[in-house]
Write a protein that binds this ligand. Structure first.
Ligand code: AMP
Ligand code: MG
Length: 481
């Protein structure tokens, strides 16, 4: 009975300045809620011969896999603009699991008990939010957007104290690493240049080996991370995803989406959309995601100043110039992404105007972001009176003219659009409905939603109920606790 774990724990071998060695706190009565068998297969893990009872022990941390070396990672972060020393307050890293000897994945338990970083928290997580992370992270993966993944959720058999007593749970999170901007902030704040060099080198070896021998590794790292983050946020903007809590501790150096707390997908197009109940000033609203990414990258750049150049003024100058490139890099990527959404080949000077006209029209008419692009792709199921609006019909004429430029044809454009525009996203009311039933031990809705979200670019039959927004315009999310 071998599962196939191959742990090689490089992060836990770093000095104690980076982590605390700690085991998960055992739980009372763990029960397996869901196991991601497809992901397990991708990880060369085989759980098929293991009983549900044993699986519950494994994914609760009551029994630790051979070769693991459990730690809580230290990090800091700007939370809504305020700097705080943080760290894994309710998570432990089991270690790095190797797939085919070369692909390395962090395996982490979220909700696994107190650590020295817990501050006043209980170290635990609640079932609803962990299932929410599971379904939304898997949806983001299916949308071809880099993200941490979810391997399993167990319930702990213990109650967790929140506004009332709620069922406890542990999520097994899989990530290419958990190194965050906040990890650099933590090390930089300690002002130990050796540790900073260690972290830079470790990160490059793990994520960006192509710059191992470059002249200014720290600067190259900054540029590569900026590139990755731009790409990530462009992807979020493509599908209408609002992360909701883009604190620097929730920004992974790998460029993966991480930390699914108050995130949600936008229904009707409104750049000011905010779902998180605590984001009162819209710091992390839909259209603020790119400037906040730049802000976070500037915090990352600050950490790297001592290793970019020995001359501090020179280092600041170089780092500032780099960060000031953000706008150009982002805009170009965004424009190309929107061209894909509209099926445009090549470039035309009118593109930006056509795109902005559509966005403005959508905003004024409260048109659904996802469904408007589906409508353009001839999705018959998406009929709506607003698409008969004269302004929209005029816009469509311009759009069709543009499509035919650069050897385009409607058919070729539709193919491009089909790979760019999802027909289904995790609609907020559908996610809530699934979680509500799951809380009552009924996973039917959850599994159905999960299976629909697995193929968001396919022309699935009978998915109308998953395509329409809820009539509730006041949807709110809460930090996943
Ligand atoms: P998050 O909002 O999940 O990004 O978490 C921010 C910080 O708060 C991290 O350091 C978490 O480990 C910590 N944290 C969140 N919830 C808890 C909890 N229930 N117990 C201990 N620490 C927590
Ligand atoms: Mg976090």
């Amino acid at each position: 009975m071998t599962i196939g774990w191959h742990f090689d724990n490089t992060y836990s071998k770093l000095s104690d300045n980076f982590k605390e060695v700690i085991k998960p706190t055992p739980v009372k009565d763990p029960e397996l809620i869901i196991l991601n068998e497809k992901l397990a297969k991708e990880l060369n893990l085989d759980f098929s011969n293991i009983s549900k009872k044993e699986l519950a022990k494994i994914f609760s941390g009551n029994v630790l896999p051979e070769g693991s070396s459990t730690i809580a990672q230290a990090y800091a972060g700007h939370q809504f603009g305020h700097f705080t020393m943080l760290g894994d307050g309710r998570a432990v890293l089991l270690g790095e699991h190797l797939v085919n000897k070369n692909k390395r994945f962090d395996i982490q338990f979220k909700g696994s008990g107190k650590t020295s970083f817990s501050r006043s928290g209980d170290g635990r997580a609640v079932l609803g939010p962990m299932l929410r992370e599971y379904i939304v992270s898997e949806a983001i993966h299916a949308l071809n957007i880099p993200t941490t993944r979810s391997l399993a959720v167990i319930s702990t058999g213990e109650k967790v104290v929140r506004e009332n007593l709620l069922p406890g749970a542990i999520l097994t999170r899989v990530a290419s690493s958990h190194i965050r901007v906040g990890t650099f902030q933590y090390i930089a704040a300690k002002q130990n240049i050796d540790d900073l060099n260690t972290l830079v080198n470790y990160t490059i070896d793990r994520h960006y080996p192509e710059i191992q021998t470059s002249d200014n590794k720290a600067l190259d790292l900054l540029n590569l991370v900026m590139e990755k983050q731009c790409q990530l946020v462009v992807n979020w903007m493509r599908v209408g995803f609002i992360h909701g809590v883009m604190n620097t501790d929730n920004m992974a150096i790998s460029g993966e989406t991480i930390d699914y707390g108050p995130c949600a997908f936008m229904d009707h197009y409104d750049p000011k959309t905010v779902f998180s109940s605590i984001d009162r000033f819209g710091r992390y609203s839909f259209s603020n995601q790119p400037p906040i990414t730049k802000w976070n990258l500037a915090r990352f750049a600050e950490c790297l100043i001592p290793v970019i150049d020995k001359d501090e003024d020179e280092a600041i100058k170089i780092a500032s110039e780099t960060i000031n490139n953000f706008q150009n890099i982002y805009e170009e990527k965004w424009l190309n992404m929107m061209r894909d959404k509209l099926g445009f080949f090549g470039e035309d000077q009118r593109d930006k105007k056509i795109i902005e006209d559509l966005l403005n029209w959508m905003e004024q008419n409260k048109a659904d972001y996802t469904n408007t692009f589906c409508y353009l792709m001839n999705k018959d199921s998406i009929s709506n009176e607003i698409y008969k609006d004269q302004k929209f019909l005029t816009w469509i004429k311009n759009w069709k003219n543009r499509v035919l430029i650069n050897n385009g044809s409607i058919e070729k454009s539709l193919k491009l659009m089909k790979n760019t525009n999802p027909t289904v996203i995790p609609r907020n009311h559908k996610v809530e409905e699934a979680l509500l039933a799951a809380n009552e031990n009924n996973l039917d809705n959850f599994n159905k939603l999960l299976s629909v979200l697995e193929n968001p670019y396919d022309n699935l039959e009978n998915i109308d109920e998953f395509q329409f927004p809820s009539s509730n315009n006041n949807y709110q999310t809460y930090c996943g606790t």
